[in-house]
Structures are given as C-alpha cells and as structure tokens.
Design a protein around this ligand. Structure first.
Ligand code: ZN
Length: 276
C-alpha cells in the first residue's frame, strides 16, 4: 500500500474539548455532503454552523485533523444549502476533496447512518443513548451496547502465469471488468472468505494468499481487505447472474484506474508494476 495513513494527522476522539476553535463540519443531507464551493478545501470550516440551520441531528464530534476539530451531523431533507454551497454525492467527491477530508467524510457518513439505525435498542426497543467515552450507544434499560457497524469484505488479485483474473458483474458498468470481491461471512477468516468467494464467483481454487492492505469504504459501511493469490486449479465457471463473465488479462490489456483512492486501483497498479 502506497498511501500514507491519515492517523499521522488525524486523532480520533469523541469528547469535544476545542469548542472555541473553527471546525470542519461534515454535514449530510440524505447521504449527500455539504460542499462550500467558495473555499479550496470545500468542507465548511467555521466555529459556529448555526448560520446554516440549527435543526441538525446525529451530531458527533469525531476528533481533530491537524488540531482542527471535526464534527459530523445530518440535516433534514427540506434544508437548502446556503449560497455558494451544495449537497453532493460522496461518490462524486473523491477526485475533488483532499484525501484526508474524503476519508473523514467517509467516516462521518458511516457514523451518522449508524446513529440513525441504532436509535432504539435492538434487544428491548428502548431509546438508546450515546456513550460518553467511546463511539457507541447504550440502552439505559438493559445495558445492551452497540458499536459502529463495519462489514469486512475481501478483494483479490488472482494471478496465473503472469495474467490477472477480472470478472464482469451484472450490476457493474457495462463492459467493465473488475477484481473478484465479496463480503466475509460470520465465523470465517479473511483467507477462507477469499477462497470461498473465488470458488463461488468464478469456480477456481487459489493458494499463496497474501495480505496486501486495507481500506475503509463507506458505501455503505465496508472495510475492504485486499489480497493477492495464485491460481491453483479449476476452469473459469461463472454463475451468469451475479457474474456475467470472467477472463485472464495480460498486463498490456489492463489499464490503471483513474482514481487512486480505492484498494482495487492499488491492486491493479501493483499488478502492472510487477508483471510489466
Ligand atoms: Zn435494551
């Protein structure tokens, strides 16, 4: 992984102790992020967001970025952005936002959605409360605690005689081939998940599974864990429903992806660098 960790500049926290300093405000309206087009960094950076509206909910302090407080919140759908600002789809922003701010926006939207989906205790139905010292919600009635929800998923670059396997998904863009990926099931190791997904999706056995790196992916709440693996045996066999086609590509048939932020593009870059 070539990307530098955001934790060199970002310190996560839940207690807001810098209330007199200007803060980065990650404000969402129906999953869309408030962007200030008048500023270079695009994220509203002010001491007091009440100029926008005071009807924010799911407000959470999420720590500091280079000593600047970071706060996330949601506003009701009826709220219209102020002059010079718009609400934008996060998918469209990873070329536009600075990488640290994009990663924090991804953290912010996951926390907001987790908060919205855990307002009531899943065990007894009582209204939950935010815990003081960690990002968690507790039920005042039965004590049940729920933490932010993360779904681990694996993505693998499978290599056979210098070629890489790519598959075309039924839900993906037309004619776009991508690496094999899927969610981890309860009770499974990451490596077992890699083997199962590859067998299910393309009918192949792999070995020499090696960890490559990981990446939080906020669409909606994944942790993508990247691996490389070698082909062991089997013939490509796709189900025709989820996967329409899969084939081996030579290094000169593979083009780097335009965005550098996804682990999938880093795996493709790793392949091109090592097999050219
Ligand atoms: Zn409860």
């Amino acid at each position: 992984m070539s990307r530098e960790s955001i934790y060199k500049r970002y310190i996560p926290d839940v207690k807001h102790e810098h209330k007199n300093k200007p803060a980065y405000w990650f404000i969402f309206n129906s999953d869309k992020l408030l962007i200030n087009h008048k500023k270079d960094n695009k994220i509203p950076f002010i001491k007091d967001i009440t100029i926008l509206d005071t009807s924010m909910f799911c407000t959470h302090y999420i720590g500091t970025l280079e000593d600047h407080p970071c706060i996330c919140a949601e506003v009701p759908p009826k709220i219209v952005a102020l002059d010079g600002m718009t609400f934008e789809d996060l998918h469209e922003l990873y070329e536009i936002l600075d990488e640290d701010l994009f990663l924090l926006a991804g953290r912010a939207i996951q926390i907001i959605n987790w908060d919205k989906n855990h307002r009531y205790c899943g065990k007894c139905g009582t209204l939950t409360e935010n815990m003081e010292n960690e990002m968690a919600k507790i039920c005042p009635e039965c004590g049940h605690i729920c933490y932010t929800r993360i779904s681990p998923a694996v993505i693998t670059a499978i290599i056979k005689n210098g070629k890489i396997l790519m598959a075309k998904h039924s839900y993906g863009l037309k004619d776009r081939y991508a690496l094999v990926a899927g969610f981890i099931e309860a009770g499974e190791t990451l490596e077992e998940g890699v083997k199962r997904e590859i067998m299910e999706e393309v009918g192949l056995k792999v070995n020499n599974i090696k960890y490559f790196g990981s990446q939080p992916w906020p669409f909606p709440n994944s942790l993508m864990v990247g691996f490389t693996a070698d082909y062991e045996s089997g013939e490509i066999n796709v189900d025709g429903k989820e996967i329409i086609d899969a084939k081996w590509f030579d290094v000169d048939e593979v083009t780097p992806m335009p965005s550098k932020i996804s682990i999938s593009s880093e795996l493709i870059e790793w392949y091109i660098e090592n097999y050219s």
